[in-house]
Design a protein around this ligand. Structure first.
Ligand code: FA5
Ligand code: MG
Length: 395
């Protein structure tokens, strides 16, 4: 009955992922529902919203090398250690990430490829890929989504800094002419500091270049679209943030459809990342865009599961180079089923239950919510009740 568990004692001791065979061990937690997604590569499909968005952003950044064919199988060193994640960071845990075994995992973000890309000597690049995270189930969370990493480094010498200043002047002039309102934060604060190894003035110029580059991209993608408000300026908000591999760091939100939506994280690349990549005397920035978030806003796609639909009523609606409003084709009713059970002695993480649902019910599960919990007063045993909402997107 537990056929969907890859860790089933009866299954053999190896797991084949994208044609390569790996020995299983105590960390193996990748499920077959996830394995099915590894070959889809939505970002490479020219008429899929994720692929269309990728091309549009690549067009916005001429001169940047576009990369989109990196394997999702990475080492924990690439995903975490090389990016200075502390050993106790929650992202490393089995409840948050998919492991093939102790030595291999599915990348949780495109930043996992920063070191290898900088190490190739590429100084300005965009890298698009599928990323994997164990998470709750609802209309805006899915265990697979797509990110685009963008990065640019400048020579930290008078010529490099001159390039940086010229680029800042060019981008500022472009933005000054457009209908955009930006809520900014200081480039550097005591809680969001420049790195000690950086000339503070150069760090501020790089942070400014990052902000100007992204504001100009956001203007290009969102400006003048209906959701920004009739005749209203586009509103963008910068927020101080924290990532282990950038400092200073920021998140960006866009006001669209009456709400603030977080679309990216970014910052000035930690010097230790560039050191690992053997790039001397350089300073620069990186960002990570959430492509589904942006596509859901731009195309009015109401549910993140739709990106995985192979129904022609979905796929036929999109054209390369074009952003149009998606017309929903499914109005099937929600179907709620409650399931309750005693918890095992060792705790059960909600993400473990969600993965079980995802593996058994596939994309029919729209969301899963914990609705009740009970502890028996005498025995101390606990039970939980989850409400699963089943709804087909296409039949
Ligand atoms: C990161 O993944 C960092 N690697 C971003 C970064 C890159 C920071 C380079 C600094 C330098 P975060 O986990 O916040 O950060 O994800 C980045 C974006 O991915 C989010 O802003 C959001 O748009 C999108 N995203 C995150 N989680 C999900 C999810 N479960 N479903 C859909 N989109 C998501
Ligand atoms: Mg975030």
């Amino acid at each position: 009955a537990r056929r969907w568990l890859v860790t089933d004692a009866n299954a053999d001791n190896y797991i084949t992922v994208l044609g390569d065979k790996y020995p299983k061990d105590s960390k193996t937690n990748i499920t077959s529902a996830i394995m099915d997604k590894l070959e889809r590569k939505l970002h490479l499909q020219p008429s899929h919203p994720i692929g269309i968005l990728r091309s549009m952003i690549e067009t916005h950044y001429p001169g940047f090398t576009a990369l989109s064919n990196f394997s999702p199988v990475v080492t924990p060193a690439m995903n975490f250690d090389d990016l200075s994640f502390p050993l106790d960071h929650p992202g490393r845990s089995l409840t948050d990430s998919y492991y093939i075994n102790s030595d291999h995992m599915l990348r949780t973000h495109t930043s996992a490829h920063e070191v290898e890309t900088f190490a190739k000597g590429i100084r300005q690049w965009l890298l698009t890929a599928d990323v994997y995270r164990r998470d709750e189930i609802d209309g805006s969370h899915y265990p697979v989504f797509h990110q685009m990493e963008g990065a640019r480094i400048f020579h930290d010498n008078p010529n490099g800094i001159k390039d940086l200043e010229e680029d800042n002047a060019r981008l500022s002039a472009h933005l000054a002419k457009s209908n955009i309102v930006i809520e900014d934060v200081p480039h550097v604060t005591s809680t969001n500091p420049a790195q000690v190894s950086h000339n503070p003035k150069h760090a501020e110029l790089v942070a400014l270049n990052l902000k100007l580059s992204l504001n100009s991209l956001i203007l290009d993608l969102f400006g003048g679209r209906a959701g920004a408000g009739e005749g209203e300026p586009l509103r963008v908000r910068w927020i101080e943030a924290y990532f282990p591999f950038t400092s200073p760091s920021y998140e960006v939100e866009v006001f669209f459809g009456g709400k603030w939506l977080e679309i990216l994280g970014c910052g000035v690349v930690l010097q230790s990342t560039l050191d690992k990549a053997n790039v001397p005397n350089s300073i620069g920035w990186a960002f990570g865009l959430g492509l589904e978030r942006i596509a859901m806003i731009l195309y009015s796609i109401p549910d993140i599961r739709l990106f995985w639909s192979q129904d022609p009523r979905f796929s036929s609606q999109f054209t390369p180079g074009q952003i149009n409003t998606f017309k929903p084709f499914s109005r099937y009713p929600a179907c709620y089923k409650d399931v309750s059970f005693w918890l095992p002695d060792k705790a059960l993480h909600e993400n473990d239950f969600c993965d079980l649902v995802r593996d058994a019910a596939g994309d029919f599960a729209e969301d899963v919510k914990l609705v009740d919990a009970f502890t028996h007063p005498k025995t101390g045993r606990s039970s939980q009740c989850f409400r699963i909402n089943y709804r087909s997107m296409d039949r």
